[in-house]
Ligand binder design. Structure first.
Ligand code: SAJ
Length: 409
């Protein structure tokens, strides 16, 4: 079987953090995109040339794509040359992967598949998911590998830099057979300027999980060091700065914990596949998940000297200079402190305009001024620019190293 046509018409299932920027970037390069989204409000927003997610320059690109007629959102898939699955793969309460959206997207697209089509799974998935996608397609349509191409090409873009990285990053593509790998590589070569790295579907799946686990394990090391240093009354930022002068040491930055929808989730997909073997990966997750609780304990101890302390939590998002609150340890800390009844607790975050449940918001100046204890949770640039004299009379707990220069010259 040969690759069908030029892969010009692309049906993207899931117009979220990955699907929408990818669609807009593809449309800008001349592809025609039939976007599929279950949320009717999102369909309406996109078709009006607007976006429902905050990402630099995405609004301009989406508007241009819609106005040029190259991008349109719909509730249902349609015939296309390429089908791209970009749906969420969340985690269940028992830390197993929830692949329901992948299975339902596969069944949805199966009704529109023809011989020679390419089906790509971009969603982060545990090993063997792409093979299962191919099986479902066979069950639903009778088309097997050999009739259609099925491959995994994990997204690896960093929120805040998605539009650049979706084009410039190297791309791993792994098919359920060699022809599928080749077909996927041919498609990505049309718009990716990074290298296309060919492998099997299973290896591609694990590669993505391993990248995020590698980072999670390394952040766990830094977070553990911060707790050890606190006990030993050693400045962890100075320590890391010194150790990092070694040519082969590069310790990451401790913080309130690890958030976002990737690092806090993906390592569990490896643990699920090999629960007895993935010991470091599991422990790293446990260390990072415990960090917000440790921060809260330390704050409560610092609060003991006040009769009725007021506490300002600076930062709510999962990392600096984004508005994303998913799995945010800073938000978890603000909520836990608020619920503890220790005193009055409020949060400050220039990226968050609507107070999340269980949190009171204040402006930076007012929030710091009225507080006895100031908790530095997220290193937003706006906080770094804050005059240091605002903090002079306060008990300051710098969890994210806001004012610390980690480099030692
Ligand atoms: N963090 C630290 N210390 C550090 C670095 C990060 O505490 O030294 C924390 C952040 O504050 C945040 C969390 O880790 O809470 C994750 O932030 P991040 O910037 O490391 O990563 P994400 O989740 O925004 O994006 C990651 C990226 N993966 C890697 O860098 C290996 C990105 O390339 C992936 O595409 C993305 O996950 C994804 O979608 O999987």
């Amino acid at each position: 079987m040969t690759v069908n046509g030029t892969f010009e018409r692309v049906c993207v299932l899931g117009l979220g953090y990955i699907g929408l920027p990818t669609s807009a970037a593809l449309a800008a390069r001349g592809f025609t995109i039939h976007g599929v989204e279950v949320n009717p409000e999102v369909v309406e927003t996109i078709n009006a040339g607007r976006t429902h997610i905050v990402e630099p320059e995405l609004d301009l690109l989406v508007r241009a794509a819609v106005e040029s007629g190259r991008l349109r959102a719909h509730a249902e898939p349609a015939q296309a040359d390429v089908f791209m699955i970009c749906v969420p793969t969340p985690i269940n309460d028992d830390k197993t992967a929830n692949l329901d959206y992948v299975w339902s997207a596969t069944r949805q697209l199966a009704g529109h598949l023809r011989k020679g089509n390419l089906v790509l799974l971009e969603s982060t998935s545990p090993a063997c998911t792409t093979e299962r996608v191919a099986e479902i397609i066979k069950e639903e349509t009778g088309l097997s590998t050999g009739d259609v191409f099925v491959a995994h090409a994990p997204e690896r873009v960093l929120p805040g830099r998605i539009l650049r990285e979706v084009i410039e990053n190297d791309r791993i593509v792994g098919g359920v057979d060699e022809a599928s790998t080749e077909a996927a590589a041919t498609f990505y070569e049309k718009f990716v300027s990074g290298r296309i790295l060919r492998t099997t579907a299973r290896t591609a799946e694990l590669a993505k999980l391993v990248e995020n686990s590698f980072r999670d394990v390394n952040i766990a090391f830094a977070n553990e060091l911060s707790i050890v240093c606190d006990q030993l009354e050693i400045d962890v930022w100075e320590l890391i700065g010194l150790a990092n002068r070694h040519p082969r040491v590069d310790i990451l930055t401790p913080g309130p914990g690890v958030g976002g929808h990737c690092l806090a989730v993906d390592p569990w997909f490896i643990v699920e596949l090999a629960p007895e073997k993935a010991r470091v990966i599991r422990t790293a997750r446990e260390v990072n998940e415990a960090k917000p609780h440790w921060v809260v304990d330390r704050v409560l101890r610092k609060a003991e000297r006040f009769k009725s302390p007021s506490i300002a939590c600076l930062g709510l998002s999962y990392k600096p200079d984004v508005d994303d609150l998913r799995e945010s340890p800073a938000l978890e800390i603000a909520r836990m402190l608020g619920a503890s009844g220790v005193g009055e607790v409020w949060a400050v975050d220039p990226f968050v305009s609507e107070a999340p449940e269980g949190v009171t918001l204040r402006s930076l100046e007012e929030g710091v001024d009225a507080a006895d204890i100031v908790l530095l949770l997220v290193g937003h640039r706006a906080f770094q620019r804050m005059p240091k004299q605002w903090l002079r009379e306060k008990v300051v707990f710098d969890v994210c190293g806001l004012f610390r220069n980690h480099e030692v010259d």
